[in-house]
Design a protein around this ligand. Structure first.
Ligand code: ADP
Length: 377
């Protein structure tokens, strides 16, 4: 019974509840009515006995009353199950009608498979309960569709990126083997191959880092990080690259701007921003890392004097594998993942990263919740 109840459809359970409650109410109603009528009949009988003290007629009044009461009881007892059955059938039809749109939703949802995720459920009335449910399901489909699209794009881009260095390695190998070469030529070919292997390794490491980030398996070990120290640290380790291009790398920092973050992860983000600034701004220009703190926010900006990022690319610049000038970015050794990693790293630490609108160069801003701002007196 319990098993049947738990597997029965809502329509059947609703009808059963409705019928049981209605039957109970009818039994109570019939019993009360019957008792009231009986009471009334007995009172009348008593009055008649007082006015006609000689109790001298063909059938005694008591018998007549009992007979009438018996007839009423028969009508009540026989009528009640008929009414309950009719009400049950009516209830079932109503429940079926009320729940039919849910069956329709289920059938439509079943039709939408991974290959047809662009389709949506039709909503006849967006304001009723079914309409609200359909809207919620449609939202979920929209989110699924966008995740699927992202995944497909990511897989296609990743395969493309991985294939490029492999084709280069294969090309170098085939070329070197085509005829006998001098040891120096073989050495050079191997050097080029190793460069591509390095590139491949870097790319795979970055992809792994991103997929661990997506899976939420990266364990952050948060500690107090002074953003000024972090900026100086990154600047000093990238100063060689800046010197090669005769660029100035300046750090301007307010004191005691501290945040709670995983230092290594945050360092990756800042390194990628400064590395980009060095790569994409002209020789002999200046790159400035600026650290500042408000009462609640700590900010770090990385500004350069390069060509900047045109407005039409701003929305997609943090997307994986997105590059403005693919040829040039690839030439510079970029994987198109630097900003995606930076975004993940900052957000994993509870912050935000954005590209500031500027008229010249690019300014990337990292904001994080500030830790224990110094008391101002
Ligand atoms: P990459 O590894 O190719 O540098 P990123 O994700 O770091 O990839 O950057 C994506 C693209 O954004 C770059 O290819 C480049 O076109 C553009 N970009 C990033 N930083 C800057 C910058 N400071 N100035 C101009 N363009 C930039």
């Amino acid at each position: 019974m319990i098993r049947w109840w738990s597997t029965a459809s809502i329509r059947v359970r609703l009808t059963a509840w409705y019928t049981a409650v209605l039957a109970l109410m009818l039994v109570v109603y019939a019993a009360v009515t019957f008792l009231a009528v009986r009471h009334e009949f007995h009172e009348q009988l008593e009055e008649e006995t007082h006015t006609e003290p000689d109790h001298v007629v063909a059938a005694s009044p008591e018998d007549r009353v009992e007979q009438q009461l018996g007839e009423i009881l028969v009508v009540l007892v026989l009528g009640l199950p008929v009414i309950v059955v009719l009400a049950g059938v009516g209830g079932y039809v109503l429940a079926r009608r009320a729940l039919a749109p849910i069956d329709h939703l289920a059938a439509e949802s079943r039709r939408i498979t991974a290959e047809r995720l662009h389709e949506r459920l039709s909503v006849s009335n967006a304001h009723d309960e079914i309409g609200t449910l359909a809207a919620v399901i449609n939202d979920a489909f929209a989110r699924l569709e966008s995740s699927f699209d992202q995944l497909r794009r990511f897989t296609a881009d990743a395969s493309h990126e991985l294939r490029t260095p492999l084709s280069v390695i294969r090309g170098i190998g085939e070329l070197s083997l085509r005829e006998t070469r001098t040891p120096a030529e073989y050495k050079e070919a191997m050097g080029s191959m190793l460069e591509e292997v390095d590139r491949l390794t870097r790319l795979i490491d970055t992809l792994l880092q991103l997929s661990r980030g997506d899976a939420g398996t990266v364990r952050l070990s948060r500690d107090v990080v002074d953003l000024g120290d972090l900026a100086r640290d990154v600047a000093s380790s990238l100063s060689v690259l800046a010197e090669e291009r005769r660029q100035r790398l300046d750090v301007a920092s307010a004191a005691n701007v501290r945040v709670l973050a995983d230092r290594l992860v945050l360092r990756d983000a800042v390194t990628n921003l400064v590395d980009n600034a060095i790569k994409y701004s002209p020789e002999a220009s200046t790159i400035t890392i600026h650290v500042d703190g408000g009462p609640e926010q700590a900010t770090m900006t990385v500004a350069d004097e390069g060509s900047g990022i045109p407005p039409e690319h701003r929305d997609r610049i943090f997307d994986r594998f997105y590059r403005i000038d693919e040829g040039r970015a690839r030439e510079m050794g970029g994987t198109g993942l630097g900003l995606a990693i930076a975004k993940w790293a900052v957000e994993a630490n509870g912050g935000q990263i954005a590209l500031e609108p500027t008229s010249k160069g690019s300014v990337f801003r990292i904001s994080l919740p500030r830790l224990g701002a110094p008391n101002r007196t």
